[in-house]
Design a protein around this ligand. Structure first.
Ligand code: SF4
Ligand code: SF4
Length: 103
C-alpha cells in the first residue's frame, strides 16, 4: 500500500495569498495599473505589464476598477486593511489608498 504524507507547511506555501488574477492576453499596455497600485504589484514588461510582486497585493481593487481592458480580476470585498483603518480613524466613508499608504 502506498503511503501519502501531507506536508502542511508546503501546502501553505503553495496557497495563493490573494485573489489577484492577471490576464496578459487582454492587456493593452495602457499603464493605468502601474499608476494606481499602491503596492507596486505591476511593473512594465517588454510588450505589456507583468505582475512583479503579486504577493504584495492587498486586494484594494484599484487596478481592476481602472483597467480599461478587463485584464485584472481581484476580489476586493475586504480591501486594503491599512486604508480601511485610516478611513475609520478619519471618519471617512471612502476607503482609498493614497500617497501615504503602506508602500
Ligand atoms: S488590488 Fe490594489 S494592491 Fe492589488 S494589484 Fe490591484 S491596485 Fe495593487
Ligand atoms: S490597466 Fe489593464 S490594460 Fe492597462 S496596463 Fe494594466 S493590465 Fe494592461
Amino acid at each position: 500500500m502506498m503511503e501519502i504524507t501531507l506536508d502542511l507547511g508546503k501546502m501553505a506555501e503553495m496557497r495563493p495569498v490573494n485573489t489577484l488574477v492577471f490576464h496578459p492576453g487582454k492587456c493593452i499596455n495602457c499603464g493605468m495599473c502601474l499608476q494606481v497600485c499602491p503596492h507596486r504589484v505591476f511593473a512594465q514588461g517588454e510588450r505589456r505589464v507583468r505582475m512583479a510582486r503579486a504577493d504584495e497585493c492587498m486586494e484594494c481593487g484599484a487596478c481592476q476598477r481602472n483597467c480599461p481592458a478587463g485584464a485584472i480580476e481581484v476580489d476586493s470585498g475586504v480591501g486594503c486593511a491599512a486604508a480601511m483603518i485610516k478611513a475609520a480613524l478619519k471618519g471617512s466613508k471612502e476607503v482609498t489608498c493614497g500617497d501615504d499608504c503602506c508602500r
